[in-house]
Design a protein around this ligand. Structure first.
Ligand SMILES: Nc1ncnc2c1ncn2[C@@H]1O[C@H](COP(=O)(O)OP(=O)(O)OP(=O)(O)O)[C@@H](O)[C@H]1O
Ligand SMILES: [Mg+2]
Length: 363
């Protein structure tokens, strides 16, 4: 998937910008706060209809304005053209259009523009709670698996209802209806997550070895109580506890993806460099799986490239993503010379854009 052109209006510090992009590596350079990440976030809106950060739509409107709009002209790998427009107005809400037609539900768009982001915020995957890792898995798997997405939507709806009910001392048979609903969708969620993590494992290992030139064994592991006990049985066993807590204390909304290095938890025992290489390897594994399942090379956003890796590893990464297996890439860095030197070292072609105060000039 190639984004040939993007127009952005009143999005964060960008008043109005139109950029014609290269189908290979696009680099945005400029000072801190210039608006480099904001451009990547606008691209993210075209894929996911939301910010890649924990920002609400209205926080993305340029201060003092009423609405923003992002318009992307894409070209699929088979040369078919696509237009995606995402707009948000304080009064009218959010609209997402593909080729002029508005979606009824935003979730219908998921997977249409495959995209992988590597950003400084990824460290939350290591440092934060299991919720962050579940959110990551959910977003990733939903991009390629409609059945998963639908099971997740059904599960969350049933969970909400069950939790509401628990607060009202309900009849047991009423609860059982929800238990059955949860168990059915949980089975899909559990199986697909388990499969996906097993598929990712060798890929993450492969990319980690390429990037780090180190030999530690790394491991991704899905941790779920459903491994031992079917959810329906767990729910019955936990019923009294659930009444006391007034919410559902078991199920895939409590699962985790455990990351470890040399048999120890990555968070506690991985060095900074090891943690960052692990995260990049994880994202590259995601890229490879998405590319295969969508039969379309995803767009890759590498925000603040040098935040993650030193120069030698960045050069290693650029050599890798500059190859034919990868498609269009967006890179940001605040140091133009460092980036150019490393790109030169990797021997890859690129287009450079200078970003200052929310506007772009080609270099
Ligand atoms: N809603 C908004 N309206 C106007 N300006 C905003 C809004 N949200 C963020 N900004 C501005 O956007 C700028 C940050 O842009 P961005 O994060 O893209 O910078 P950057 O070029 O990636 O910088 P760095 O190199 O530090 O990562 C800040 O100056 C911030 O004040
Ligand atoms: Mg930035």
């Amino acid at each position: 998937m190639i984004l040939d052109n993007i127009s952005i209006i009143n999005f964060k510090n960008i008043a109005e910008i139109q950029i014609s992009l290269s189908q290979g590596i696009n680099c945005f350079v400029g000072d801190n706060g210039a608006g480099k990440t904001n451009i990547l976030d606008a691209v993210h809106y075209l894929a996911a209809a939301r910010s890649m950060h924990t920002l609400t739509d209205s926080q993305c409107i340029r201060h003092g304005e009423e609405s923003f709009l992002v318009d992307g002209r894409f070209r699929r790998d088979d040369e078919r053209k696509e237009q995606v427009v995402c707009a948000y107005a304080k009064r009218g809400g959010k609209t997402l259009k593909r080729n002029g037609k508005e979606y009824d539900k935003l979730s219908e768009h998921i997977g249409c523009v495959p995209l992988v982001v590597v950003s400084p915020a990824d460290t939350a995957l290591i440092s934060d709670s299991a919720e962050e890792r579940r959110r990551y898995l959910n977003r990733f798997i939903s991009q390629i698996d409609r059945t998963y997405l639908q099971a997740l939507i059904r599960y969350n709806a049933a969970l909400q209802e069950r939790n509401k009910l628990l607060k009202m001392s309900p009849a047991e048979d009423m609860l059982l209806i929800y238990d059955n609903m949860l168990a059915a969708s949980a089975e899909v969620i559990f199986t697909r997550r388990k499969e996906m993590i097993a598929t990712m494992q060798p890929l993450v290992e492969h990319y980690y070895a390429l990037l780090s030139e180190e030999r530690e064994t790394i491991c991704l592991e899905y941790r779920s109580e459903m491994e031992h006990t079917p959810l329906l049985e767990q729910l019955l066993n936990a019923r009294q506890r659930d009444f006391v807590n007034e919410h559902t204390t078991c199920g895939p909304h409590r699962d985790d993806m455990v990351l470890s290095i040399g048999d120890y938890p990555l968070r506690k025992f991985g060095s900074q460099g090891q943690q960052k290489s692990f995260l990049v390897a994880l994202k590259l594994a995601e890229y490879t799986i998405l590319a295969e399942r969508c039969s379309e090379r995803p767009i890759l956003l590498l925000d603040d490239l040098f935040d993650k890796l030193d120069m030698r590893r960045v050069a290693q990464l650029l050599k890798l993503v500059g190859g034919d297996d990868f498609g269009q890439i967006f890179i940001t860095d605040c140091n133009k010379h460092r980036l150019e030197r490393t790109l030169g070292e990797a021997g890859v072609e690129y287009q450079l854009f200078n970003i200052a105060q929310g506007s772009a000039t080609t270099l």
